[in-house]
Design a protein around this ligand. Structure first.
Ligand code: HEC
Ligand code: HEC
Ligand code: HEC
Ligand code: HEC
Length: 171
């Protein structure tokens, strides 16, 4: 085997880190906004049969109703059937939940480009120092992105509630 072939194999072994041959770019993100206790998914799924039927879920996840290109899509297009702890790209590569922007970017490439340069979404940090990005999923519900674009703000303060002196009675 040539040194070149060894290098190629080593690069392939990196797997999900290299998407479509591109070098890995590092985006520091906070933990994915998963519901507490739901992860690892494999805690339940490792011992379950994969059920590929498109259906209303009743025994679990009944809060998830797909409203995201749902005529063309089903759960297992994004969630790896045999490794429920990971997401699945169109080409079959598996990625972690902290890399979900790669999945979104396969169909929303313009948004992913804008996100990387800090035009879309939210990026903090100095221009030449470490930057932190919010995942697409921090703002968009992957299952119904149109209807819940943002986490709701806390409710407005009602008159008479925690108002500073002098600010009441302006209704
Ligand atoms: C377009 C891709 C996509 C499709 C289709 C999809 N999901 Fe997801 N799902 C995601 C992503 C991305 C996350 C991670 C969100 C996060 O980081 O919190 C997720 C999170 C989840 C979670 C964790 C939810 C929680 O409360 O934290 C469950 C359970 C889940 N999906 C089940 C499903 C089921 C069941 C379906 C089909 C009815 C489905 N998904 C369809 C992309 C998808
Ligand atoms: C407490 C157990 C439990 C956990 C944890 C769990 N699931 Fe499930 N999941 C189920 C059950 C039960 C069903 C079948 C529901 C039905 O058929 O009504 C299911 C169904 C699904 C389906 C539909 C496809 C299939 O194989 O039936 C997807 C996709 C899915 N889960 C994704 C996830 C993801 C992603 C996570 C982690 C973020 C997760 N689940 C965590 C119990 C669980
Ligand atoms: C396989 C392709 C595909 C993937 C993967 C995908 N989307 Fe979409 N998305 C679509 C299509 C097609 C639409 C338009 C139809 C619809 O809104 O249901 C859409 C609609 C949207 C919208 C609503 C746009 C509007 O006009 O208001 C948002 C936001 C969105 N997606 C975000 C995401 C995020 C975040 C992810 C990753 C978790 C993602 N998408 C993954 C195909 C995809
Ligand atoms: C900080 C929150 C935030 C993050 C992070 C974020 N978005 Fe958005 N996104 C928004 C808001 C708010 C809108 C609606 C206003 C707008 O169009 O800019 C939106 C709109 C969209 C739309 C519909 C826009 C259109 O042209 O109609 C898509 C698709 C989308 N986002 C995809 C993504 C993807 C993919 C990512 C990750 C690569 C992402 N977003 C990250 C907040 C966010």
């Amino acid at each position: 085997m040539t040194a070149g072939a060894v290098l190629l194999l080593a690069a392939l072994a990196l797997g999900p880190a290299t998407v479509a041959g591109a070098p890995k770019e590092d985006f520091r993100v906070p933990p994915p906004p998963l519901t507490e206790g739901i992860f690892p998914c494999s805690e339940c799924h490792a011992s379950m049969e994969v059920d590929r039927r498109r259906r209303d879920l009743t025994d679990m996840h009944d809060d998830i109703v797909l409203k995201h290109d749902e005529e063309h899509r089903w759960c297992l297009d994004c969630h790896a059937p045999d490794d429920r702890d990971r997401l699945r790209l169109a080409g079959g590569q598996l990625i972690g939940f902290s890399e979900s922007y790669l999945l979104c970017g396969q169909c929303h490439g313009d948004k992913l480009r804008d996100w990387k340069v800090g035009v879309h979404g939210k990026r903090t940090g100095s221009w030449n120092g470490p930057k932190q990005y919010l995942l697409c999923a921090h703002c968009h519900d992957p299952h119904a992105p149109r209807f819940k674009p943002m986490k709701p703000e806390p409710p407005p303060v009602r008159p008479g509630q925690a108002v500073r002196p002098g600010e009441a009675d302006h209704e």
